[in-house]
Design a protein around this ligand. Structure first.
Ligand code: PLP
Length: 423
């Protein structure tokens, strides 16, 4: 019998995991620049936060419309607390507060779909709905770059008896090939992101839908980053691309542009009912805190009003200002369709140093490393919010200009030149 206690053996085993090893190495070797697992001591005013005793401008928030500081939402949550107390106290399988049902109905009307079902997050929607929708005899086919929560949902579907496969990123021909190799099956669920948050790319949805329809398949589109920011009235990417929700389930997030909490699946009323019975993350866990539902409804009021056009206008101005400024600095810029703009650094240590340099200049951005991006494909991810001022974006650009002089960063002109030379 081993003398090592089981807790220690477990810890040693976890430490051998590749991801843990990489993370611990960075934590040790780059302790002073490894800005991860941070503690935020103060938030506000505006987009300012205090981290490690330093007041910095936060360019790392998914609150794209800047609604997290909106007094109407804050008041709605306060009133919700008075009305419903601090929590639901039971699974929704037993009962849901009226505000939860109302929020689902308002979300459905806003999207132009029959029904929606709210889960505690988009992550838990994927981990509940994907394995809930399929079973033995079915297949789940994922874009190879699909969000981690879709992949986790697919693992649960696999455990439940479905077969799982992947197809090449955004490639309808490869989807067709993969579906062919999987035949025979009852139904295929083709899972993709509505917009890939690391690259800002929107998939060729109409082509993927055409392949799906020709192969007894339905689309499952996680539009977490499109919700509230893309499409008419922020309805996301799907309706504009497909013209209807006839052959697609759509997932949205209520914790990004909505600045509230939760995630939802948009579907027909019948599927809403079926998902309530078949989604384990809906049945065996608590729901969104009831106080948030009135705030979610308030966001829909804003999205459906003319004010949304003004908010979007401000956000677009900031994204354009940032993207143009970074391109003028000759940096390699990705994204720009959503308010997430990434600057390629490449080397992992340099990416961490770049994030710390910008932090020291007064700007919090995120150094994103493998496995969220390819190995040696480290990026500085900047998230624009509608309540960032033009001066804040100018300040960040000045910090990037200074950073570029001290940290090796790929240059756009070099890349274009090497592309020209190559071909
Ligand atoms: C495509 C996608 N799905 C799901 C999520 C997670 O959303 P939530 O925070 O609502 O769980 C994200 C978040 O980054 C995402 O990009």
């Amino acid at each position: 019998m081993s003398a090592t206690p089981p807790m220690d053996r477990l810890m040693q085993a976890m430490r051998k995991n590749t991801l843990v090893r990489i993370y611990e190495e960075f934590d040790r070797d780059f302790a002073d620049v490894h800005l991860k697992d941070l503690r935020v001591d103060e938030a506000g005013p505006g987009r300012e936060i205090v981290i490690q005793g330093r007041r910095v401008m936060n360019f790392g928030s998914d609150s794209f419309l800047g609604l997290d500081r909106d007094p109407r939402l804050i008041e709605a949550v306060r009133q919700g607390l008075d009305r419903w107390g601090t929590h639901n106290g039971a699974s929704r399988a037993f009962a849901s507060v009226a505000a939860n049902i109302e929020a689902e109905e308002r979300l459905a009307a806003w999207l132009g779909v029959e029904a929606t079902l709210i889960y505690p997050s988009a992550t838990l929607a994927n981990m509940g709905a994907i394995p809930g929708l399929v079973g033995r005899g079915d297949v789940v086919v994922l874009d190879e770059h699909a969000h981690n929560s879709i992949q986790e949902g697919a693992k649960l579907a696999l455990a439940g008896g479905a077969r799982v496969a992947t197809f090449a990123h955004n490639d309808p021909d490869d989807l067709s090939r993969v579906l062919e190799t999987l035949r025979p099956y009852r139904v295929a669920l083709v899972c993709i992101d509505g917009v890939y948050s690391m690259s800002g790319v929107v998939p060729p949805m109409a082509d993927l839908d055409r392949v799906a329809r020709a192969n007894e398949a339905v689309l499952y589109i996680d539009d977490a980053h499109g919700t509230g920011v893309l499409g008419e009235n922020g309805r996301g990417t799907v309706l504009d691309a497909l013209g209807s929700y006839e052959n697609a389930f759509v997932v949205g997030s209520l914790s990004k542009a909505f600045s509230c909490a939760g995630g939802f699946v948009a579907c027909s009323k019948t599927f809403q009912k079926l998902l309530k019975i078949r989604s384990n993350t809906y049945i065996f866990g608590g729901p969104v805190v009831p106080a948030y539902f009135d705030a979610i409804i308030k966001v829909i009021d804003i999205l459906e009003s003319d004010e949304y056009i003004a908010i979007r206008g401000r956000l677009d101005q900031r994204v354009t200002q940032l993207t143009r400024g970074l391109l003028d600095l000759d940096l390699v810029v990705m994204g720009g369709l959503t308010p997430i703009v990434s600057v390629l650094v490449g080397d992992e240590a340099d990416t961490l140093r770049a994030g710390k340099f910008l932090f020291d200049q007064g700007y919090y951005v995120q150094s994103v490393l493998f496995p969220a991006v390819p190995y040696h494909g480290g990026v500085i991810r900047v998230q624009c919010n509608a309540n960032h001022s033009a001066e804040a974006v100018d300040g960040l650009l000045a910090a990037f200009a200074a950073m570029r002089d001290v940290i090796p960063t790929p240059r756009r002109s070099d890349r274009e030149q090497s592309k020209r030379l190559a071909g």
